[in-house]
Design a protein around this ligand. Sequence first.
Ligand code: FES
Length: 151
Amino acid sequence: MDVEDLEKAARVVRSMLEAEIKDKYSDEVLKNWLDPQYMGEISCPEGYAKLTGSCGDEMAFFLRVRDGKITDVKFSTDGCITSIAAGNAGAELISGRMIDEALMLKASDILTVLHGLPPEDEHCAQLAMDVIKEALRDYFLTRREPWRKDY
Ligand code: FES
């Protein structure tokens, strides 16, 4: 097999994988996965949490809060397509919201934004929402007891 044959085989495998991914996930999942606008970190965030999901993937959320409003949000994860999509959709959902509104959100709201996930991937939305809630909890704790922050 020469280089040209290998390149041709790679193109075939790639198009098969793309077709499989497009069959399995909605356009919203693909958009949030391929262009995760909220992926990143915020230095010295007012709210921060990092959790490990049942699958072993980690996700972290960083919140900037001003006058009770989430003015900036970023997330990071070492997870798969759906972890990235769920993290990004969760970040988009809380961005610009008042804290009390964000506290009312559920994992099902992330699934709605993503137009659903395959059942075996729905836990990714739960992980994202669990980390968001934990980061909001951290914000409240830090506001009450600023000495808890170790930076
Ligand atoms: Fe682990 Fe989604 S596969 S959080």
